[in-house]
Design a protein around this ligand. Structure first.
Ligand code: NAP
Length: 309
């Protein structure tokens, strides 16, 4: 049985890995469907302390991974679908593999939210609909694209796409951006970016080959519908926490975020089970706060294991 298993290889998971490994707990870190977490789909990370010139998201995650491995953490690819925390021996089920641990740190992060409109799934991936400009932006060189959303992610995606695309239309359901002032200003000042306010996407429109030819939007104020031609639709409307395996096992809030015990950021009501990062934080959702929670959960796990002995 492992002393500690960490679920997730984002900022929270690897930071928990660094701390528990340095505490000689030889943590096993289980890597799910998105190795390296959300930062691997980001371009430049400008606000992680210690990198005054910014750092590529993928490079940052690679460094965190190497730092955890250096102190003896182990990483295994396994997507946990079910857990049993009823016993002091915590059991995790991932396909045909079963893992057992005295303590568990859940750092499963969050996944991009989708619009849920007709055409979205049919054209997802190679046919024009995506949630990752860093991954797919270069495929849309000299083409018109839209970005849906009004937060920092939408602005970041829009700005990144201006490097390749001829025109980027930001489609937002209100007439004011939610993004931070600096990101909003940079985006709105960019001459390649135009905005479509008060507009809710109704449908992604296919061409004869089943690829994206545009979107249909509805003006939420006057109800008028119109079509916006574009080859790419970049959806950046926030995230949903990856907490499905814990439903009915641990307390979740109404949006599915893991709910730590009152008075703690990372302890749950289940002794020996801790949470860290975006799966449990709908307020800050930053790489550095996820890393901070990873550190806290590791220290809590270490103390809890010491108390058990
Ligand atoms: P967010 O701040 O929650 O923004 C989501 C946006 O999508 C909002 O504008 C929201 O509209 C819109 N939206 C949500 N559901 C929608 C739907 N069903 N249809 C249409 N639009 C919808 O999410 P985020 O932009 O991913 O940012 C998440 C966190 O990460 C934030 O704390 C952000 O500051 C941080 N972040 C920081 C950076 C950076 O500093 N460089 C970059 C990316 C993200 P409403 O505004 O009407 O609610």
């Amino acid at each position: 049985m492992e002393d500690v298993i960490i679920l997730g290889t984002g900022c929270a998971g690897f930071t928990a890995g660094i701390y528990t490994a340095r505490a000689n707990l030889s943590p096993l870190i289980l890597e799910g469907k998105q190795p390296g977490g959300q930062l691997t789909t980001t371009s430049e990370v400008e606000n992680f302390p210690g990198f005054p010139d910014g750092i590529d998201g993928f490079a940052l995650m690679d460094q965190l991974r190497r730092q955890a491995l250096r102190f003896g953490a182990r990483v295994e690819n396994a997507y946990v679908e079910k857990v049993d925390f009823t016993d002091s021996r915590k059991v995790l089920f991932a396909g045909d593999k079963t893992f057992e641990a005295k303590s568990v740190i859940i750092a499963t992060g969050a996944a991009p939210r989708l619009l849920g409109v007709p055409g979205e799934m049919e054209m997802f991936g190679g046919k024009g609909v995506t949630t990752c400009a860093t991954c797919d932006g270069a495929f849309y060189r000299d083409m018109d694209v839209v970005v849906v959303g009004g937060g920092d992610s939408a602005c970041e995606e829009a700005l990144f796409l201006t490097r390749f695309c001829s025109k980027v239309t930001l489609v937002h359901r209100r007439d004011e951006l939610r993004a931070s002032k600096i990101m909003a200003e940079r985006t709105l000042e960019n001459e390649k970016v135009s905005t479509l306010w008060d507009s809710a996407v109704q449908e992604i429109l296919p061409d004869d080959e089943g690829k994206t030819r545009g979107i249909r939007v509805k003006n939420v104020k006057n109800g008028e519908e119109s079509d916006v031609p574009c080859k790419g639709v970049f959806i950046a409307i926030g995230h949903v926490p990856n907490t499905a395996p814990f439903k009915g096992v641990l307390p979740l809030d109404e949006n599915g975020y893991l709910h730590p015990e009152s008075g703690s950021m990372v302890r749950t009501s289940m002794p020996g089970v801790f949470v860290a990062g975006d799966c449990a934080d709908h307020v800050y959702r930053q790489a550095i706060t996820a890393a901070g929670m990873g550190c806290q959960s590791a220290i809590e796990a270490e103390r809890w294991l010491a108390e058990c002995e």
